[in-house]
Design a protein around this ligand. Structure first.
Ligand SMILES: [Zn+2]
Length: 344
């Protein structure tokens, strides 16, 4: 079996995937029609509004591609359809578990309540799980540019929906303009309520941002590219089993990493850190997990052991419960048993 074929067939886990940035062009057309939003007739015209070019220059340019998807996510029906379709798309590349994240406060322009927004996404994902067999957990995103009170509402929702599929809290948005240390009060509150959280850090900002996130008690770091510049920080992540959610294609587009040469995958893997590979935004980045692993393989010539390590890491640092983690490990055991006789 070729590397490419192995990557295509292996079970996959996506721990860092934003709902709004991962709506396919097909889904956007369906949602826009329901919402009476006019779209360019041609596919390139539409894609230019929801996907960044390879020449993307910054995180700010990257974030501009969320305008149309968010405008489409303002009704219960559209939130349901978007979530359902995301699992349909993921199932096509053998994703077996996905942690889907989104900022519920961005879907309240038409006066939907926070609970209706969250319920609609959970119902869409549940329908998708039943139909396509992709298990899921939901991560609610607090936003750096939102007021404390709004983010505190999202935190309360994470508590309320803790037994209904919401597994964690996140902090997303422009890390340069809104530095991580400002969110201590929010995450102190999350920690006191026993809500696990991951924080986007070390993407546009340096190790100080990651240090702040870890000082709050973050269990995982979104991106965490700048951890590579700080050996003490790497040591801390190793000692404390801090999951690092790399999103390679996105990280190169936003210039969190300058090039593959500069990319920290092997540094983290060789140090034994629980590093994982994820998509971030399937549509904005024009990616899939198959593409992410394919790009990494083309540059680093990964072997099956590396791919297995990345899968096991994702299971271990996921916000899933113990029994489900066991089942996910078994999924990979079964895949290995099936492919053992074939040549790699
Ligand atoms: Zn992200």
């Amino acid at each position: 079996m070729t590397n490419q074929e192995y990557i295509r067939q292996m079970p996959k886990i996506d721990l860092h995937c934003h709902l709004d940035g991962s709506l396919s062009a097909h889904t956007i057309r369906e949602l826009a029609k329901n919402a009476d939003i006019a779209l360019p007739e041609d596919l390139p015209g539409l894609m230019s509004q929801i996907t960044v070019p390879q020449s993307c220059t910054s995180l700010s340019e990257y974030l501009s591609r969320f305008k149309l998807p968010i405008a489409c996510l303002q009704s219960a029906e559209n939130l349901f359809t978007a979530s359902h379709n995301l699992l349909a798309d993921a199932s096509k590349e053998n994703v077996v578990y996905m942690e889907v994240r989104f900022a519920p406060t961005l879907s309240m322009r038409e006066k939907l309540s926070l609970d209706v927004v969250i319920d609609s996404v959970l119902q869409g994902l549940e329908a998708g799980r039943r139909q396509f067999g992709v298990a899921y957990g939901v991560i609610l995103c607090a936003l750096r540019n939102h007021a404390y009170e709004d983010n505190a509402q999202v935190l309360s929702a994470a508590v309320r929906y803790g037994d209904q599929g919401v597994v964690a809290l996140d902090l997303a948005g422009d890390e340069n303009r809104f530095p991580t240390h400002k969110y201590r009060a929010l995450f102190k509150e999350a920690a006191s309520k026993g809500i696990p959280f991951t924080i986007h850090a070390g993407e546009a900002d340096g190790p100080t941002s990651v240090r702040a996130a870890l000082s709050f008690g973050a269990k995982r770091i979104g991106h965490g590219i700048s951890i590579k510049n700080d050996t003490d920080l790497m040591e801390f992540c190793f000692e404390n089993n801090i999951g690092i959610e790399l999103c390679p294609v996105s990280n190169l587009q936003t210039k969190a990493a300058a090039s593959w040469e500069d990319y920290p995958l092997l540094t983290f893997l060789n140090r034994g850190l629980p590093v994982t590979v994820n998509t971030d935004n399937r549509t904005v980045s024009n990616t899939t997990l198959t593409r992410e692993f394919g790009e990494l393989d083309a540059y680093y010539d990964l072997d099956t052991k590396d791919l297995e390590t990345l899968f096991r890491n994702a299971v271990n640092v996921s916000f899933s419960d113990y029994r489900h983690k066991q089942r996910l490990h078994e999924t990979f055991d079964d895949f290995k048993a099936k492919t053992q006789t074939t040549n790699w």
